[in-house]
Design a protein around this ligand. Structure first.
Ligand SMILES: [Zn+2]
Ligand SMILES: [Zn+2]
Length: 323
């Protein structure tokens, strides 16, 4: 993949708004789209380049990383878990949002798919002590869960959803429009591929119901503000039995009355009498594990920093949970 500047690729300025980026993308994607340039590899490469630039610049997090580090931000999985991308040749995935008006519900083709459940975010405030030592917390999450009456199918118990006659279960119908053979979301089943004649009473045919669920979340020792813990499959249940989304617990560590934290180091101020500063002595210093005595050498100036090894925060990385 080429290393042209993403802003240059799209022909927009560095402070371009998302709208401008979308506009530029749409224009270029139309120009280089493989359907319009059959057999033209240069156009296909350009298309991929444009798509990649668009993906990065319309994602706030990726755009910020790109602005700061350039292409290096995305090399060797630089974005960390889940953030990377490989410039894949799958043209279909982003057409859903930009070309929604032209292509209907996206060009996914193949089997109709019910929508996966939404991801949820839970903001959790922790004391510094809990963040450093780890803690298990019960949280209540208002969400959708799979309907137990119909097992998520949406059809009345004893009946089952039927294959849609209009699209034969594909969820999409073919239309021709100018250059493109266009797939459109089936108007009869709205893309589901199935019709429910006899909806379940409990979920009114949705296959899921609203419920507040209680979860026990294990917070690993060492987390800090900005860390997220992913609970796979604990987000909202999908419609019609589709897979559930994930739940992200976003950690926020409250300020502490004694310590300030910077990464895995803790800082605190300890007042020392004038005599001790001048002559030296021993002073008691608070740590998260109790008081520890510290030698103060003679002629210690105010503002001097002493390091006590191993009394800070155990690093959380490697726990595998935190992203
Ligand atoms: Zn139901
Ligand atoms: Zn249909």
């Amino acid at each position: 993949m080429s290393k042209r500047d993403f802003y240059e690729v799209l022909g927009v300025s560095r402070d371009a708004s998302e709208r401008d980026i979308k506009k530029a993308y749409k224009r270029l994607a139309m120009k280089y789209h493989p359907d319009k340039n059959p057999g033209d590899d240069t156009a296909a490469d350009k298309f991929k380049e444009v798509k990649l630039a668009y993906e990065v610049l319309t994602d706030d997090q990726k755009r910020a990383a790109y602005d700061q580090y350039g292409h290096a931000a995305f090399e060797q999985g630089g974005m960390g878990g889940g953030g990377g991308f490989g410039g894949g040749a799958d043209f279909s995935d982003i057409f859903g949002d930009v070309f929604g008006d032209i292509f209907g519900g996206g060009r996914r083709g193949g089997q109709a798919r019910a929508q996966r459940g939404a991801d949820l975010r839970y903001n959790m405030e922790l004391t510094l002590e809990d963040a450093v030592r780890g803690v298990t917390k019960e949280i209540e999450v208002p969400t959708y869960v799979s309907c137990d009456s119909c097992s998520g199918s949406g059809a009345k118990p004893g009946s089952s959803p039927q294959t849609c006659g209009t699209c034969h279960g594909q969820g999409q119908v073919q239309m021709r429009q100018g250059f493109f053979a266009v797939q459109q979301t089936c108007p009869t089943c709205h893309g589901r591929g199935k019709i429910i004649k006899d909806p379940c009473d409990k979920c009114h045919g949705q296959g899921r119901v609203q419920k507040t669920k209680t979860l026990s979340v294990k917070i690993p020792a060492g987390v800090d503000t900005g860390d997220r813990i992913r609970l796979t499959g604990e987000g909202e249940a999908g419609e019609y039995g589709a897979p559930a989304g994930d739940l992200y617990v976003q950690v926020h560590v409250r300020d502490h009355h004694i310590f300030t934290r910077d990464g895995n180091n803790l800082y605190c101020e300890v007042p020392v009498s004038f005599t001790m500063a001048a002559l030296g002595g021993e002073v008691e210093v608070p740590t998260l594990d109790g008081r520890v005595s510290l030698k103060v050498p003679p002629e210690t100036q105010t503002g001097r920093m002493f390091r006590m090894r191993g009394k800070g925060v155990q690093s959380v990385r490697g726990g595998g949970l935190v992203i």
